[in-house]
Design a protein around this ligand. Structure first.
Ligand SMILES: [Zn+2]
Length: 126
């Protein structure tokens, strides 16, 4: 359980991992003051951040045709899983949802709007 130890130590707050493989992520947590991915976070956290922004990038390019989910081309992070992550976005105010059809891992990403991976073209935070 090295994973959860690191998270506890770092206290990433909203980024909680439950035993069912559900990830609730707040993008703001992964960014430094200039809106870039924080380089100071533990490697596991930075890897997760890289995974999340790839999904964000793909999903927001295709928004608003994303309510039923699109293939992101991003590989699942689970060990022994070759699934391709699906991403979905219902409305501009919703968290981006993602899931793996192979292993059932899924999660949400909030506070993505206005980030450098927001390709909706609708504009950033009010
Ligand atoms: Zn998977």
């Amino acid at each position: 359980m090295i994973d959860s130890d690191e998270h506890d130590k770092h206290h990433t707050g909203e980024r909680e991992k439950t035993p069912t493989g559900t990830y609730v992520s707040d993008l703001a947590h992964f960014l430094d003051s200039s809106g870039k991915l924080s380089g100071r976070a533990p490697m596991e956290v930075r890897e997760m951040a890289g995974f999340l922004v790839l999904i964000l990038d793909k999903v927001t390019i295709h928004f608003p045709d994303t309510s039923s989910g699109i293939g992101t081309g991003v590989r699942c992070r689970s060990r022994n899983c070759n699934g391709e992550i699906m991403g979905a976005l219902d409305s501009i105010d919703s968290p981006v949802m993602w899931y793996c059809p192979e292993c059932g891992n899924y999660g949400t990403i909030s506070n993505w709007r206005g980030s450098q991976w927001d390709n909706t073209g609708i504009g950033g935070n009010p």
